[in-house]
Write a protein that binds this ligand. Sequence first.
Ligand SMILES: [Zn+2]
Length: 337
Amino acid sequence: MQQFLKGLPKVELHAHLNGSLGTQSLCDLGERLYGSSSEDFQKLCARFSRFKKDMDACFEKFAFVHELTLTQEGLRFATELAIRDFAQDNVQYVELRTTPKANENYSRRDYLQIVIDAIRRAKETYPEITVKLLPSINRAEPVAVAEETVSLALELAQAHPNLILGVDLSGNPGKGRFSDFAPILAQARDKGLKLVIHCAEIENPSEVKEMLHFGMSRCGHGTFLTPEDIEQLKQRNIVIECCLTSNVKSGTVPSLEEHHLKRIMEADAHKVICTDDSGVFDTTLTKEFLIAAETFGLTREQCIDLTLEAVQHSFASEQERTEMADRVANYVAILPK
Ligand SMILES: [Zn+2]
């Protein structure tokens, strides 16, 4: 099964750029930025070795990535390395989300431009993987920042119509109010951008109701959706992005066995398997499929169906989706029976 899943040309729809760098990639990034013989790099390596032993330290990785992407060069390399990690896992298509940041080295516009340039360059090194970009709104930040992000996303989508396809709403679900962000999200949608929304990550029935009423193209996590919510999403053909390891490690789901993927499967609603932050949670899309298969008894056929479901719910063009489905079909055709 593992070998089959590794070789499967997978489709990743919920991945945050900064969380998607594996430990090796973080080391490589540190080495490129600081040089392998520098004292800074040796210190970094000593801190990294903790990740291998201490699971709780995984969240510290966010702080490292933050440190290592404070410069234009760091951000550029980090984007390239995240794409490398997905390509090495035979992911044929990924929609990367990232919150544009500003500091003394780059503005939010520069940030997005650097990521766009890195994605375009990575196409030469990793031609097998198609990468799209979804700028993220961090709900913990002021609405004015969200307005800037949406205006940049709209402007840059004009220049790169096949690359920037939508915007994401994410960040600490305990912070900010959805209703404050709804007007700017509506504006993005009216102007042609798709919306992916982190929804029902924590128990907040009134907000979930607002979000479902507002609508979205895809629902991130959906941990605390009621059976009625799930039915509603099913009827409206809205897919739920399930991130097993992420939910268990971040504590919103008590165990893999209790993950809501089970309820979603029983309801026969639309679902896809995603990593969320593969580097931080030390996972890959292959591992997530394997965990789902081992926990819920998924067969090869179900894993193929889930991949094809991801193809259908991606924001890729019709031609790209046909090509992705063909790659899956070609892979399945050569498998030993
Ligand atoms: Zn997420």
